[in-house]
Design a protein around this ligand. Structure first.
Ligand SMILES: [Zn+2]
Length: 497
């Protein structure tokens, strides 16, 4: 697919002066150890730990000697947004029925939606997730003034479902939400065992250039109580003799600042330096959860590893002869909340989109214990054959004994599951590079820094650095594969090159 000829040869020769020894196991480990430390609390968007991670990256960019975009005072690109969140400690709940008299505060609740509830001694209506057909027979507004109590599948059950089972579940959830909207209960509570989950309130981010929420809102609030599960089981379906009171206050709104961290190494060619290759990684993760002693999702492989590799590549390239094109290093917030930082950048590009020739997005580069088996000296690329960028990088990576490959299912499926998507949607050939798609501890509490294979990560990061240099040195820009129908929406977007 790539043009082989004098240009490729020239690129290879220009790459000879590169020195990748700045990328070391200890260097990468030190970045991951800090970013994934408990001190940063799992780097949720927004959180003080996320801000601390941004400050660390800002300081590292300065140490490495990257330039700020357009000579700005800071490496930060800041989204000044607002955040609405229900104050959990003001939630009050009581229940009386089936011989039980219970009263709880917010530390038993998981609140997905931001609507306030104020219901005093409301009659309890018992339903279940599979009572959809019965609900359809009720008149509009039939549950007004009542609190509906049900048992719905939780995250653990969801994880066990096969893909098509899960699709059906989400379809049913949408129908269920529509019925609830029509019947207008005061609230719907999903009852779960005490050990079934963690108290929290999902916040809502509001601001300019924020993409619409990608996660489906749930039409219920979860409450964790073994006693309530027992009472629910004892009650008849439909109207019951039980009563409940629930107070969920209005969400509290505050101003927040979220940072993408952007540094650039200007290119060496007088013409090509005005074009850009973006190397990106998300530095956020999913924060806190769980009930045990360890309640922090450290996110070492996801994606402190990609962020550490980004720093390693920046440092190696800064200590070497410059490639022809400029290389932009972009650490992104809010990937886990719906690619928020990437979309924010794509809508507020620090460098012209039509002069940005490619995006190399780094994810999951440390763990070699892939769920499908040990994975050494291999990197998977999403949308592998959507453009010629991966094959081009793959030639350079080979000199390190690292192969860039296409995973038979995940390659295409995962294309839309990381930050590269936001760049693809504005027309930039963009791919995510990872060692393992899924690994034990993926989005789990034990994704810890000391489980990464830093020797392999070093070699893989050096190989990727060589690939990035190959792209940045080639006068021929990467291009979408015109014969692949899956690239059509990216090819026809506003970027013309
Ligand atoms: Zn990730």
């Amino acid at each position: 697919m790539r043009r082989i000829g004098l240009l490729g040869l020239a690129a290879a020769m220009a790459a000879l002066g590169q020195d990748y020894t700045a990328i070391t196991p200890a260097g990468l480990a030190s970045h991951v150890e800090f970013l994934a430390s408990d001190a940063l609390g799992g780097r949720d968007t927004p959180s003080p730990g996320l801000d601390a991670a941004a400050a660390y990256l800002h300081a590292q960019f300065r140490r490495i000697g990257l330039e700020t975009p357009g000579g700005a005072a800071s490496y930060y690109q800041t989204a000044n947004w607002r955040y609405r969140q229900t104050p959990l400690d003001e939630v009050r709940f009581s229940f009386k029925g089936e011989g039980a008299e219970l009263s709880y505060t917010g530390n038993r609740f998981r609140i997905y939606q931001n609507g306030a509830v104020a219901a005093e001694n409301a009659p309890v209506y018992k339903l279940a997730f599979d009572s959809l057909e019965e609900l359809k027979t009720l008149k509009d507004g039939a549950l007004e003034g009542k609190i509906a109590l049900g048992i719905f599948p939780g995250p653990a059950e969801l994880r066990k479902m096969a893909a098509d089972e899960r699709r059906k579940f989400f379809g049913r959830s949408r129908d269920f939400a529509a019925e609830i909207g029509r019947l207008r209960p005061e609230a719907v509570l999903s009852v779960m065992p005490r050990a079934g989950g963690t108290a929290s309130a999902d916040g809502e981010l509001i601001g300019a250039d924020k993409p619409p929420a990608r996660l489906a809102q749930r039409p219920f609030t979860r409450v964790f109580s073994d006693e309530l599960v027992a009472a629910w089981k004892a009650m008849p379906f439909g109207d019951t003799k039980a009563v409940a009171s629930l107070k969920i206050p209005e969400p509290v709104e505050q101003n927040i600042a979220l940072h993408n961290v952007i540094g650039v190494l200007p290119g060496s060619d007088p013409v090509l330096r005005d074009s850009y290759v973006i190397v990106s990684a998300h530095y956020d993760h999913i924060g806190r959860g769980g009930d045990g002693a360890d309640s922090i999702f450290n996110g070492a492989n996801d994606d402190a590893s990609g962020t550490a590799s980004l720093l390693g590549i920046a440092e190696a390239l800064a200590r070497s002869p410059r490639p022809k094109r400029s290389v932009v290093f972009l650490a992104l917030f809010g990937e886990e909340k719906g690619l928020l930082g990437a979309y924010y950048y794509a809508r507020n590009p620090a460098f012209p989109v039509d002069k940005t020739v490619g995006n190399i997005n780094l994810e999951h580069l440390g763990r070699t214990d892939d769920s499908e088996g040990a994975r050494v000296n291999g990197v998977s690329v999403t949308g592998y054959d959507f453009s010629n960028l991966p094959a081009h990088m793959g030639e350079a990576a080979k000199t390190f004994g690292v192969s860039l490959t296409k995973h038979p299912e995940h390659s295409d499926d995962f294309f839309a599951r990381s930050d590269n998507l936001a760049f693809a949607e504005v027309g930039i050939p963009a791919h995510t590079f990872c060692v393992a798609f899924e690994f034990p501890d993926y989005h789990g509490l034990r994704d810890h820094w000391d489980k990464l294979d830093y020797e392999n990560m070093t070699n893989v990061t050096r190989a990727l650095a060589a690939g990035i240099v190959a792209v940045a040195d080639d006068a021929q820009a990467p291009a979408w594969d015109k014969d692949n129908p899956r690239t059509e929406k990216y090819r026809t977007s506003k970027k013309t090159e």
